[in-house]
Write a protein that binds this ligand. Sequence first.
Ligand code: SF4
Ligand code: SF4
Length: 248
Amino acid sequence: MWYIMVVTKMITTATGSIENITGAVWEVLNMDTKEYLQILRNEIHSTVFATLDEKGRPHTRVIDIMLVDDDSLYFITAKGKAFYDELTGQKFAAISGMTGGEGSDIAHASIEKKAISVRGYVKDIGPEKLDEVFEKNPYMAEIYPDENSRTALTVFRMSDGEGEFFDLSTKPITRESFILGNGLDGKKNLQEHGYFITDKCRGCRMCYSKCPQKCIDMSSIPFVIKQENCLHCGNCMSVCPFGAVEKG
Ligand code: SF4
Ligand code: SF4
């Protein structure tokens, strides 16, 4: 089911003042965090994790999402890996995954893809969920066949953060943000990013003409960007002759 809500967003303008932008329309899917996490675990499963090493250099690895619950995801690693050091050092990770990767047949690839990105705080919770991980992901027994070989493993939980769902198969595209636990700021506030049209708008339609998704509501001035369909390409901001588009 779909529903529409109107949000109020505070942004800092180019002059440093705070403007209250009302009327940004977010048409959102009626899916909760648990359902997005289930897509991540059940449909995507193998994801790319980004971490930073002790020198601040980024590393990426393919890591499986082993378990999810209402607002957390779980993955494992061995304590001897550099990945473990980076996770315990930074206590933070960013994850991305996508359904329907078709790199082996690129000539016939479609955009029937759903992508999810999540970033948040991670914590080593020890082996308490290890049996459940192996029970629900039986292929792991081929890598770690017996109890002795599993002693190096530990389970990590990501329980506070935020995520974004991105569906390229809809026209226009669909984007939605969701929150894990207490979010990134600990107060359950979702950090919304994107482009917003301010009261400086004169209704000239230049932005609409350059928008690849035609996701700008022109029914009243100031025009309104439909955030749930926006690609974040920035065309509207670069073309606006009145400086009416702000990046939040
Ligand atoms: S280009 Fe700028 S002024 Fe013109 S309609 Fe778009 S936001 Fe408004
Ligand atoms: S950022 Fe791109 S997709 Fe989004 S409203 Fe502007 S032009 Fe359209």
